[in-house]
Design a binder for this molecule. Structure first.
Ligand code: SF4
Ligand code: SF4
Length: 234
């Protein structure tokens, strides 16, 4: 059953998919455990959509920003369609979780938001990678160029093996290249980052003015590095 669900998720447009039993979330902060959303949750299915390498090799302001945002509804669509198909094909209940927003937690003073569950920690629990010093998920194949999604189910599905840390030992490129010094000890100061990164054109279109923590990372595209392909040198 697990492999059939994985095949389904990948056939709907995800590039990676993994499984985490609910016992992998024992240390989740109160209010952010999958069971806080769905009390009958026994397993979490995590997946990701990778961005094409080309989007990391250009100025992020409009084209990267647009398509990065474009992956959010695409990710939610995969979660929704998978949940519906699972409920048709198996005796189960499945709950799609928004990959980015909306969410409840907002610390206005520090401009810090938190998703309903942490997609990064869910992806780690499901064996999709390890969290880098940048606080981004690093996947062995797609590096940090992923939008992560998840759905919850009451099916008891075994966890996939967790990944090794793939951050380079002495590397601190993400920290040293952040223009506002927002990254420290594997955490991002969201206020510094948001104020530096998100803006509008004169016409009112959304812009993303920085993604350096993604592009400078030697693991920015996992085993297929941007530096090997001659792009990503912004
Ligand atoms: S997006 Fe830019 S400002 Fe935000 S953490 Fe990354 S490098 Fe720093
Ligand atoms: S830039 Fe270096 S330290 Fe930062 S996440 Fe990538 S490998 Fe890790």
């Amino acid at each position: 059953m697990k492999e059939k669900i994985r095949t389904l998720v990948l056939s709907l447009g995800a590039d990676i998919c993994g499984f985490a039993h609910i016992d992998r979330f024992d240390n989740a902060p109160k209010g952010f455990n999958p069971a806080d959303i769905f009390p009958d949750c026994r397993s979490v299915i995590a997946f990701g959509i990778a961005l094409p390498k080309g989007l990391a090799g250009i100025n992020p302001r409009l084209v990267y920003g647009y398509f990065n945002s474009f992956t959010f509804p695409e990710t939610d669509k995969i979660a929704l369609q998978t949940a519906k198909r699972m409920e048709e094909d198996y005796p189960c209940t499945a709950v799609p979780v928004p990959c980015d927003s909306p969410y409840e937690y907002w610390d206005a003073e520090n401009m810090e938001g938190r998703g309903l569950i942490s997609m990064n920690h869910t992806a780690v629990a499901a064996g999709l990678g390890a969290i880098g010093k940048s606080s981004l998920l690093l996947n062995p194949r797609y590096g940090n160029m992923l939008t992560l999604g998840a759905l919850l189910t009451d099916l008891d599905l075994p966890s996939d093996p967790v990944s090794e840390n793939i951050c380079k030992d002495n590397c601190r490129k993400c920290m040293d290249n952040c223009p506002v010094g927002a990254i420290e000890n594997g955490r991002v100061n969201q206020k510094l980052c948001r104020n530096n990164t998100y803006g509008k054109t004169q016409r009112g279109f959304d812009t993303v003015d920085c993604n350096r923590c993604r592009t400078v990372c030697p693991m920015n595209y996992g085993d297929c590095k941007l530096s090997d392909s001659g792009i990503g040198s912004l």
